[in-house]
Design a protein around this ligand. Structure first.
Ligand SMILES: [Zn+2]
Length: 281
């Protein structure tokens, strides 16, 4: 050990202690408590102190929502073709896709497939926040529309769990086009009498809020989720007005009629199953 690596107290090392592996504890952004990670994971990634709902991967969400082993993915291999040859901040969109594939373990920001929730067959679409911030580009738009088409053919309810930074800037107007495409496809599904349950999780913003996420027959939000179009800071800076407390949270949205119900993560399965039964009887 070098001299610099020793602390001023004899016998103590500045190196991290081996018995404290990284990632054993996490700090809750809600209450700032230091929490034991495995205890939070056991609690469906919800803070045991303040009920803060942590962001979770799409695969974890599917595990929490569906009957064990029932999820059968569709169109897993679809990837974006980088229509604009987009470069930014010294890197390329293609490189970012590769990096986020590694980070998220997914090829895109949405997973779709058939599944069961408490024995009820559904078509499920879940967004992946660790893939380009869960943004919607060509592939997300295409997968969402495919999920709607499958639900329409199979006459099954559609459940979409949104978690998104909005439209994907790397695909410019092509990503914005997905807003119209997904909305039009959902309109056809609605005309066919299909049931669409939209679940909003933290965050649901931008072009996703302004298209499919807000088109559910029933819109459910997780507690404390950020739900909005432009972020609160952007709005405050643009209109120079102080925003009301709790602006753009699930609770604020419920109060103002944009959301039908707020359901904690632990009750989500039960509530979706109940809604399916209620709407189809
Ligand atoms: Zn907390």
């Amino acid at each position: 050990m070098t001299k610099q690596a020793k602390s001023k107290w004899n016998g103590f090392s500045l190196r991290p202690r081996k018995e404290m592996p990284e990632g054993l504890w996490i700090k809750c952004p809600g209450c700032e408590h230091l929490l034991y990670k495995s205890a939070i994971e056991k609690n469906l990634n919800v803070c045991t102190e303040c009920n803060h709902h942590f962001r979770i991967k799409a695969a974890t969400r599917i595990k929490y929502l569906t009957d064990e082993g029932s999820f059968q993915p569709v169109l897993e291999e679809l990837t974006s073709n980088d229509p604009l040859g987009f470069k930014f901040r010294g890197t390329t969109y293609k490189q970012r896709i590769k990096d986020d594939e590694k980070k998220s373990g997914q090829k895109e920001a949405m997973l779709i497939g058939k599944a069961f929730i408490k024995g009820r067959g559904i078509i499920l679409a879940v967004m992946e926040p660790n893939f380009l911030m869960g943004s919607m580009g060509i592939v997300v738009g295409e997968k969402l529309c495919a999920a709607v088409d499958i639900a329409m053919d199979a006459k099954l309810p559609l459940v979409v769990v949104s978690c998104s930074g909005g439209a994907r800037m790397h695909e410019g107007v092509v990503s914005l086009g997905q807003m119209a495409k997904t909305s039009a496809t959902l309109a056809k599904y609605d005309e066919s009498g299909g049931l669409f349950i939209s679940v909003l999780t933290d965050p649901t913003t931008g072009g996703v809020t302004a298209s499919f996420a807000m088109l559910g027959d029933c819109i459910i939000a997780e507690p404390g989720a950020l739900v909005g179009f432009a972020g609160p800071r952007t709005i405050a800076e643009t209109i120079k007005v102080e925003l009301p407390e709790g602006f753009q949270t699930s609770e604020f949205m419920l109060e103002h009629g944009f959301v039908d119900m707020i359901v904690p993560r632990k009750d989500m399965r039960r509530e979706i199953a109940r809604l399916i039964d209620y709407c189809q009887k």
